[in-house]
Design a binder for this molecule. Structure first.
Ligand code: HEC
Length: 130
């Protein structure tokens, strides 16, 4: 039993261990923020439908604009050719101001000025999209 617990505990510990210098967000607060600010345009569950924006399942480690095949034709050329790989760092820049990070993007979101909002939403996304 101890062995089984250790097997499960290890990957969790690795996931929780934040990138150096990156404050770990609160996924519970992040869920509320996501529902009020992102959910109208994005689903997060595996196989979830595309709305105004693409479904976000499988986001981490994916290249921007290339993951959701079902949404391909609706992505902006700017995001598709950006070559951005989604991780905590790139999502932080994106959520601070999409238009500033990727000029010409079609995501109509002004950005979160507060780092805690970005950290929380990123923590939530991490917990549900992989
Ligand atoms: C009004 C609709 C709208 C809202 C609100 C919105 N998005 Fe988006 N989002 C989009 C659209 C449209 C795109 C596609 C952008 C493009 O192709 O240039 C997108 C793209 C993205 C991508 C890139 C997806 C990929 O496959 O590369 C991420 C990540 C993302 N949004 C996260 C969020 C988060 C997190 C929030 C909430 C803070 C949010 N979005 C709010 C419409 C929206």
């Amino acid at each position: 039993m101890k062995r089984i617990l250790a097997t499960f505990a290890l990957p969790l510990a690795l996931t929780v261990g934040a990138t150096p210098g990156h404050a770990e967000g609160n996924a519970v607060t992040g869920k509320d923020t996501f529902i009020s600010r992102c959910w109208s345009c994005h689903s997060v569950e595996e196989g979830g439908r595309d709305k105004i924006g693409p479904n976000l399942f499988g986001l981490f480690g994916a290249t921007a604009g290339q993951r959701a095949a079902s949404y391909e034709s609706r992505h902006s050329a700017e995001l598709k050719k950006s070559g951005i790989v989604w991780n905590e760092e790139t999502l932080d820049k994106w959520l601070a101001g999409p238009e500033k990070f990727v000029p010409g993007t079609k995501m109509p979101f002004v950005g979160f000025p507060k780092k805690t909002d970005r950290d929380d939403v990123i923590a939530y996304l991490k917990s549900v999209t992989q």
